[in-house]
Every structure is written in structure tokens, then in C-alpha cells.
Design a protein. Structure first.
Length: 231
């Protein structure tokens, strides 16, 4: 995840997207993207939920909850353009490349100039829309960095299987270990099933990724260390 500097526009849009996401049930598939155009804020999104949000109420609730942020940005009010689509057919994400880092929060250079600033994945994304997959990827490799000897890698998560009934996962890294060795180790220990894993996250407030970056994360526990062995 990008390291977000507090009291910036980028911090604001990502926090607001996760705040809006928190108003939907976690079992719903939802994607929310917030774009700050300075004079107005566009809330674009799609969700399987039928529960519509009253943005007139929500924006004042948000402003009241984060007074310090709005004071630092010298914002007294926000004009919200709501284009969320409800009751949509939105399938769960089954595969995708994930950038995984030993340090959960990664510094990235901001553009020299921004006319508008938009929220970024995984913020604003529900568990079924890639966030669970993202957390699970970090969960897997948080057990393995010391063994792989790398600080970052790319992981292709998928639930598709090959002819040998192994998941078609892929791992790209600078590790001295062979890709097949790493892949076999991952498949020996982890089952690629997000169902049970996502249950751990039902009480986790996604906004803690932004508000409390140093707090313990349920997706960074190392409860399988005794199973991580290379012979």
C-alpha cells in the first residue's frame, strides 16, 4: 500500500473511500473510488448492495468525525457528486497480480502536479473485490521473507488449477531460490481459500490501514511459521 502522508488530498480521498465502504455490509461486493477535483468530490462506485447512501448526511458525519483533517486542508464543506450504482452484478475477484512488500506501506513519488486526486486500491475495495486477495498475499509472504531473502515480490493469486490439480499461482522475485521451490512451498502450506481467511477480517475496520498504520493487522499474523520449512 502507498504510504499516505496525513493531512493531504491523497490521504483524504483514500480515507473517504474506506469510510463510504464501511457503510456497506462486508459480504457485499463493493468498489468505491473518490476523486477530489478541488471544487467538488466525485464518488464513483458499484455495489451488489441495495442499501442506498444518503450523501447529504454522510458527508457531514464524515466532516464531524475528522475535523482535524478538514481544518488542515482548510476545507469547510465538500460538494459531493454521487454516481454509485446499486444492485449490480459484481463477481468476486478470482485472480490478479499483487505487489507484496515486507514493509506494508511503501513510499511512492507523487506527480509533480495534480488537477485531481483519486483513491487507490485497496482502499475503497471490499474483501470480494480484491482486498481479501491482497491481504491474503501479504499473509502468505509475511511468513517467508526471511527464507526468500527479498523485501518485495509479485504474486499472481488464482483459484484456477492446472492438470496436476495445483493452483496456477506465479511468483516473481529476486530470491536466489528457484521459482518452483517457492511455489511448491506456498502450495504445501497455504490452500488459496479466502473463505475462512476472510472470516478473520469481519471485525477489522479497514480504515485502520490509514488511521492506525502501526497497529497490529490480522492479516499479518504469523500462525503458520512452524510449517514453513525447506529441506
Amino acid at each position: 500500500m502507498r504510504k499516505l502522508e496525513k493531512n493531504t488530498r491523497r490521504y483524504f480521498v483514500n480515507l473517504f473511500s474506506d469510510y463510504i465502504l464501511s457503510k456497506f455490509e462486508k459480504q457485499e461486493n463493493t468498489i468505491i473510488q473518490v476523486t477530489d477535483c478541488e471544487t467538488f468530490v466525485v464518488v464513483n462506485g458499484v455495489t451488489t448492495s441495495s442499501k442506498e447512501i444518503n450523501f447529504n448526511e454522510l458527508k457531514y458525519e464524515f466532516i464531524e468525525s475528522f475535523k482535524d483533517l478538514f481544518e488542515s486542508l482548510e476545507i469547510k464543506d465538500i460538494n459531493v457528486i454521487d454516481i454509485i450504482k446499486y444492485e449490480q452484478k459484481l463477481e468476486e475477484f478470482k485472480k490478479g497480480w499483487i505487489s507484496v512488500n515486507k514493509s506494508l506501506y511503501v513510499s511512492e513519488e507523487d506527480p509533480i502536479s495534480d488537477i485531481s486526486v483519486s483513491s487507490e486500491f485497496p482502499y475503497g475495495h471490499s474483501l470480494g473485490c480484491g482486498r481479501g486477495m491482497y491481504y491474503y498475499s501479504h499473509y502468505i509472504f509475511n511468513h517467508m521473507y526471511y527464507l526468500l531473502g527479498v523485501n518485495d515480490l509479485y504474486f499472481f493469486y488464482t483459484t484456477e488449477m492446472n492438470d496436476d490439480e495445483d493452483y496456477k499461482i506465479k511468483i516473481t522475485s529476486d530470491s536466489k531460490l528457484q521459482k518452483k521451490t517457492i511455489r511448491d512451498l506456498v502450495l504445501d502450506v497455504f490452500d488459496m481459500d479466502l473463505t475462512e481467511f476472510n472470516q478473520r477480517l469481519q471485525s477489522y475496520e479497514f480504515m485502520n490501514d490509514i488511521l492506525n498504520p502501526d497497529s497490529p493487522k490480522p492479516y499479518l499474523v504469523q500462525d503458520r511459521l512452524e510449517d514453513i520449512m525447506l529441506l
